[in-house]
Ligand binder design. Structure first.
Ligand code: C5P
Length: 404
């Protein structure tokens, strides 16, 4: 059964040329089992008629906030409560700005404010617009608040240009919504995951970093979401795309990563630290670019906080705390040592160096718990991540039953 079966999806259409794809989106959502209602912004009606969307959704399409007749049926508050998911597709720069600023000046913006549904945005605009600082800031602000951005993708655009800004295809949007949901062994569980490297600045243009690409962490995030978990990804610098349905916050340094993790950890069921967090950072960051000279440059490094150990030591700690260990030798001893020292439930260790581990598509993992060991031989990181997530699901303590 699709995880969209029985889901109530409110599709908000705004005024972009990609609105011509919305009827197909609605049709596919319904085929996947969702119940769909559509609302349109005034701008959307310039691109597509309400009648088309009424025909494919099977329900009257609303566009006015102050429509006494419509409010007599399912009013905007009922509609806001009805939705499990609100998907704005296409989402124009204008609606992204209005939502980022909390405006309530039309039916869609008001509904979003009045709803506790998951909010998904499928941006669609010219590539230069998508790159504009104001649009980026607004999108980042929404992502910070937990809004799920789907795309945009790249390719040829209606304006005749090539680049990033195309709305994802209806099938991709449906796949993203289906990836999150009521099914899967980790449904109803929330995970916080760190991934990628950290960059520790020396001056405005230089940093100390490492070779982590973020691939393993992003694969773990995707596998957790596939297993039904609700995932917050805290990503160090990485150009990888966010797996569907995942909330992502981008950070640069270990200190920023710790802050972002601590802001999200309360109430999480699991934490997986995959990031290759820099162990040290320069004690001082030069305000100006450090000039070349003939004498040696000495940089004092101070230790960074150990995010994983801090999470494991929290009084209200997630039920399952999982670490990674990149080792060049004596894997088992090193991994078991970290499991114990950091107070972890599971540790996934891999051999790095000699072109193994970092930046590679394949990896192999040795996973240790205090009472068990699993050996996962080399295979592509997404497959490996699925197996690790199966072990995570198996080790996840059953939820305590609260009788009230
Ligand atoms: O001690 P070591 O750095 O080898 O431990 C690796 C594990 O600890 C990884 O899961 C990594 O994400 C996490 N870690 C962390 N904060 C640090 C260093 C490592 O969360 N400062």
């Amino acid at each position: 059964m699709s995880s969209l079966a029985g889901r109530q999806v409110l599709v908000g259409v705004t005024g972009g040329i990609a609105a011509y794809k919305t009827p197909e989106l609605v049709r596919r959502l319904r085929e996947a089992g969702a119940e769909v209602r559509v609302i349109m912004s005034a701008g959307a009606e310039a691109f597509i008629t309400p009648l088309t969307l009424q025909a494919v959704s099977g329900h009257r399409v609303r566009s006015d906030l102050l429509d006494p007749e419509a409010e007599a049926g399912m009013g905007h508050i009922e509609l806001a409560r009805w939705a499990d998911d609100i998907l704005v597709a296409p989402a124009t720069a204008h609606v992204i700005a209005r939502l980022a600023h909390g405006l309530a000046d039309d039916l869609l913006a008001t509904l979003v404010l009045a709803s506790e549904a998951r909010l998904w945005l499928a941006p669609a605009m010219n590539r230069v617009m998508w790159d504009a600082a104001a649009v980026r800031d607004n999108a980042a602000r929404l992502a910070e608040r937990g809004v799920r951005l789907l795309g945009p993708g790249s390719g040829s655009q209606a304006c005749g240009e090539e680049g990033q800004g195309r709305m994802l295809e209806p099938a991709e949007l449906v796949a993203a919504l289906s990836a999150v949901g009521a099914e899967g062994p980790l449904a109803g569980r929330r995970f916080v995951v760190t991934a990628g490297p950290t960059h520790e600045p020396l001056d405005p243009v230089r940093f100390i970093g490492n070779r982590s690409s973020g691939r393993m962490g992003f694969a773990v995030v995707a596998a957790l979401a596939e297993a039904g978990a609700d995932v917050d990804l805290v990503a160090g610098p990485s150009t990888l795309a966010t797996p569907p349905g995942v909330r992502r916050v981008d950070v640069r340094t270990a200190i920023e990563m710790r802050e972002a993790v601590m802001a999200r950890i309360a109430g999480a069921d699991g934490f997986v630290g995959v990031a290759a967090v820099a162990d040290y950072r320069p004690a001082e960051v030069a305000g100006d670019k450090i000039k070349k000279s003939d004498s040696a440059l000495r940089v004092e490094l101070v230790p960074n906080p150990d995010i994983l150990a801090e999470v494991a030591a929290l009084a209200e700690r997630p039920a399952l705390v999982v670490g990674f260990a990149a080792e060049t030798r004596d894997i088992e001893a090193a991994a078991r040592g970290k499991l114990e020292a950091k107070g972890l439930d599971l540790i996934a260790a891999n051999q790095v160096g000699d072109d193994r581990g970092f930046e590679q598509a394949d990896n192999a993992l040795e996973i240790y718990a205090a009472d068990r060991h699993w050996s996962l031989p080399a295979r592509p990181k997404p497959e490996l991540a699925r197996e690790l997530v199966a072990i995570i699901a198996e080790r996840m303590p059953l939820r305590e039953q609260h009788s009230q």
